[in-house]
Design a protein around this ligand. Structure first.
Ligand SMILES: CC(C)(COP(=O)(O)OP(=O)(O)OC[C@H]1O[C@@H](n2cnc3c(N)ncnc32)[C@H](O)[C@@H]1OP(=O)(O)O)[C@@H](O)C(=O)NCCC(=O)NCCS
Length: 171
């Protein structure tokens, strides 16, 4: 399903049974970003429905022991026929910097393209400097910080990439 992951890692579609397994890693993987409020925010971003109704456009990566080491939850926009959306992505900190995040996005871009999608959008918290650097490195264009974008006090940076213009090397 994704053939350029580091040796020993395997990707598959997530399933209902993976929901709690993914929730269980969020705080550690996000390094406790934004404290207790951040933990609540993250958990609420991944209700079970994503593991039921968005599985064919999402990826779960496990190591040889079957432990979850990365995931990408995305979907094809219902509203914008040229757009796909990455809702949530995470990589085990032990694997950071090894290209796992890039591989997940490459796979999602291929999926988006295969469904005729030209644009990929996503958002992140302004405080998440790693995410902002990662998305910019992959070729996304960041917006200015959008105050209260996701509700009172929930500022966001929005990212967009045009797959038809993105340089192949960045993907
Ligand atoms: C952001 C995240 C997904 C990146 O995953 P990753 O597997 O470490 O990223 P990759 O190794 O594929 O890196 C791809 C590129 O981004 C760059 N990059 C990744 N993390 C970076 C960071 N913290 N600072 C600067 N650049 C970074 C890499 O250098 C690489 O560029 P290169 O190939 O030119 O060297 C990972 O840090 C993560 O899971 N963070 C916690 C969860 C999170 O913030 N998710 C995103 C918001 S929803």
């Amino acid at each position: 399903m994704i053939d350029d992951l580091p040796v020993g890692l395997r990707a598959r579609r997530p399933a209902d049974e993976d929901h709690l397994r993914v929730l269980a890693v969020l705080d550690a993987w996000w390094g406790g970003l934004k404290g207790a409020a951040g933990a609540t925010e993250r958990a609420l971003l991944l209700p079970r429905l994503y593991f039921q109704h968005f599985t064919t456009s999402s990826f779960l990566v496990e190591d040889g022991d079957g432990e979850v080491v990365a995931f990408l939850v995305g979907f094809l926009s219902q509203t914008e026929p040229e757009t796909a959306y990455v809702h949530f992505v995470g990589v085990d900190p032990a694997l950071h910097g090894q290209g796992v995040g890039r591989s997940l996005y490459r796979a999602f871009f291929a999926l988006a393209r295969s469904h005729g999608r030209r644009y990929v959008h996503c958002i992140t918290s302004p405080e998440n400097t790693a995410s902002r650097a990662f998305h910019t490195r992959l070729g996304f264009t960041p917006s200015a910080v959008k105050p209260d974008y996701d509700g009172p006090g929930l500022d966001r940076v929005a990212f967009a990439i045009d797959l038809s213009a993105a340089p192949g090397a960045a993907l």
